[in-house]
Design a protein around this ligand. Structure first.
Ligand SMILES: *[C@@H]1O[C@H](CO)[C@@H](O)[C@H](O)[C@H]1NC(C)=O
Ligand SMILES: *[C@@H]1O[C@H](CO)[C@@H](O)[C@H](O)[C@H]1NC(C)=O
Ligand SMILES: *[C@@H]1O[C@H](CO)[C@@H](O)[C@H](O)[C@H]1NC(C)=O
Length: 395
């Protein structure tokens, strides 16, 4: 016989257990293995359609979904993973995604693997091999080549985590964050040979709230490049080199550009790179700006231009009618930067005559060339230097 008391307990525990079951259902993750959709881990069979099919199933799942790519090599052509999706999607990659041997196969769309209009996305692990060498050779030979492809691009993706990804030999940039909000990129390795043309590591543009942490970037172009309309970007624990350094720019190619603001780079090592920290703008009229930037706790090892602002970018002296940049650069702090320059001039501030740089601060800088204090040069700039300086400061 069941008393009133026991009944109450049973009712309560039933409510509890259904709450728990409901909770378990809502968080249960469904897994979509690309091999079950026909992908072949042989590196030869075109697996594009099976990957898209797995994506479509995962994307349609209201509960969190994981797309799983087991070990092996999977040949993919241009692959467009399109949202919006019903729930959170995790792309868990144990294998390697490889591009077609013939670079013409990726055509002129500019991307290889593209995520488009997705909320709540995680890309974890994996290796990308875009086989860029033949494409670089085509470009170097001066022949007519296709536009080339960025290896992994995120367009309009919000709440994104990319972690543990390795990318080698991209045709152009390895990883592109474009028009995204709330992004974490961590522990990625992006590798291409020194001198491979336009192989940027990470390119961030038109994005808000991007954190990049713990990355190894060895590329032929910028390790990280930052385009217009980017704000609240935080980069830490970055190893860069070879490559062209961490660059804000090129900015100001167009008149109407949104500015770059609130950018921090902290704890970074640059080894043998062309630049360390660079701000680069076209010598053209523009409404854009760069403001509130901090570069701090940085070690330079034989870097050509450890610290540089170049507002006179005008390749081949073409298309820069005014020959001065409209981009306003202000409140830029360089703090605790040590090491060696590969050239006598470790610090170059070449600001716009029509828009001088303002609020530039150098503090605790020890940059040497041949074991002696390096020199610096200043044009059209207002700023201060303080702290311990082993540098002939022009500020
Ligand atoms: C930049 O940072 C400042 C100070 O923290 C903040 O007030 C401002 O809103 C930020 N700018 C953007 C575009 O978020
Ligand atoms: C730079 O050198 C100073 C003095 O030797 C040291 O205190 C500081 O930690 C060094 N900074 C970095 C980023 O290594
Ligand atoms: C500056 O760096 C050099 C070499 O890295 C080091 O020998 C020297 O002690 C440093 N000077 C200061 C003032 O920290």
């Amino acid at each position: 016989m069941v008393g009133v008391h026991e009944t109450a307990i049973m009712v309560i525990s039933c409510i509890l257990c259904s709450v728990l079951l409901g909770f378990a259902n809502a968080t249960a993750t469904s897994t979509y293995n690309v091999v079950k959709y026909g992908a072949k881990p042989d590196g030869k069979t075109d697996s594009t359609e099976p990957f898209i099919a797995a994506w479509q199933s995962a994307c349609a799942s209201p509960s969190p979904a994981t797309i799983y790519v087991p070990k092996g090599r999977y040949l993919l052509r241009n692959t467009n993973f399109r949202g919006p999706c019903k729930g959170k999607v995790t792309f868990l990659i144990a294998g390697t995604l490889v591009a077609p041997e013939d670079y013409h196969a990726l055509g002129n769309s500019g991307f290889w693997i593209l995520f488009n209009h997705v909320e709540n996305l995680v890309v974890s692990g994996g290796k990308l091999d875009a086989k860029g060498a033949a494409f670089w050779n085509c470009r170097r030979s001066g022949k007519t080549c296709p536009a080339g492809a960025r290896s992994m691009t995120f367009n309009w993706v919000n709440n994104l985590v990319v972690s543990g990804l390795t990318s080698v030999n991209s045709q152009l940039s390895h990883l592109v964050i474009n028009t995204c909000t709330n992004v974490l990129v961590k522990n990625v390795r992006l590798i291409a040979p020194d001198q491979s043309p336009n192989t940027d590591g990470i390119h961030v543009e038109r994005s808000t709230g991007v954190t990049i942490n713990g990355c190894t970037l060895q590329t032929g172009d910028d390790c990280i490049s930052i385009g217009d309309a980017t704000n609240n970007l935080f980069m830490s624990n970055i190893k860069c080199g070879p490559g062209h350094g961490v660059s804000i720019g090129s900015l100001g190619q167009n008149v109407d550009e949104k500015g770059v603001e609130n950018v921090t780079l902290t704890n970074a090592i640059f080894s043998g790179s062309d630049n360390g920290v660079r701000i680069k703008t076209w010598a053209r009229p523009s409404n854009g700006f760069v403001r509130n930037v901090v570069f701090q706790n940085i070690v330079m090892d034989k870097v050509q231009n450890p610290i540089i602002i170049d507002q006179n970018y005008c390749p081949n002296n073409q298309g820069c009618p005014a020959q001065t940049s409209g981009i306003k650069i202000r409140q830029i702090t360089y703090l605790n930067i040590n090491g060696s320059s590969a050239t006598p001039e470790a610090v170059t501030f070449d600001c716009s005559p029509s828009n001088p740089c303002e609020g530039i601060k150098l503090q605790d800088i020890n940059l040497t060339y041949n074991n002696k204090a390096a020199i610096s040069s200043c044009k059209n700039i207002d700023g201060t230097s303080s702290g311990t300086l082993v540098l002939e400061s022009c500020l």
